[in-house]
Ligand binder design. Sequence first.
Ligand code: GLY
Length: 373
Amino acid sequence: MWDKAMEQAADKTKRNIGRFGDRFPQVTDGGPAYRLIPNDDWINGFWTGILWLCYERTGDEAFRLAARRAVESFRERLERNVVMDHHDIGFLYSLSSKAQWIVEKDENARQLTLRAADALMKRWRPRLGLIQAWGKEGEPVNGGRIIIDCMMNLPLLYWAHMQTGDRRYLEAASAHADKSRRFLVRGDGSSYHTFIFDQETGDAVGGATHQGYRNGSTWTRGQAWGIYGFALSYRYTGRPEDLDTARRMAKHFVRRLPEDGVVYWDFDAPVGPDTKRDSSASAIAACGLHEIVGHLPADDPDRALLQEALERSMRSLVRDYTPRDPAVQGFIEHGAYGVLGGASVDDCLIWGDYFYLEALSRLTGGRKGYWYE
Ligand code: GLY
């Protein structure tokens, strides 16, 4: 089942290369076709990562050439400083130039990725001990805000430490992970989307949502970013608390899975016939669960629970969330970008497609993404 799903995704990607040209798919927005955008958003790495995964799976040069072209546009983006003042540099460059370095050991790609890590370090606020997600330094509220999604940007800094031996990258990433564990993750393993600190005193102000149902709810995609992000932190730091946090968040996610194994957009949103799913959250969580299970000893009591949930979610995604209509350009339907803002609430989302493919790659013994190495 996993192999066949991967082949279908690779075939679709091959057709999409010609359709997309030098632009990047973002969301499908109601119709079958992706909205195409320039390289100026947080999402551009996902298409590039899909191309690298397809190249590694098939050996087909068409994927490699398209992926290399995309990496060139990331070089230009960094050189021209196009929308680089945010924390998503990790998402962008892990799946583009860092992937190229992993696949081809290309020194230019390695250098570009190190420069991207330096750009991300500009978001580090040593006095507060956090990486600022959004906005300018010192701006009201955002200047003291952390967000759970940022856990997925930390691997770029861990990698830069491994490459250079410069401990500043490691210290910033692990301090940010500590702060996220203490303030974003609650005692029952659920999470706030964002948390705000007073910029003068560093005191905790409180949790607040941006894309979730309400301030104290658990936005399922945020929970998924945390599951996978802490599991990846553990891979670098080896700190038991990173694995423990990933495991607690994963168990919370699994406990609240609906019958078909694919989550609604927020665990605390009332569920009725029209409640939106977020297939992308389940695809991200599947990669995180796979990563966690890989770190647990064979006799660990949580292993079977997490493995079963991972396979149930992925079976459901393959069987019931892949489009019946061949005109649809995405791999999985029923993703929700921002339900309360009315942004793409029942669509294909390019990050959902990327993590779906990465999960299939993991399940078939292939590349486990490009977050580490
Ligand atoms: N990191 C942005 C999102 O998950 O929507």
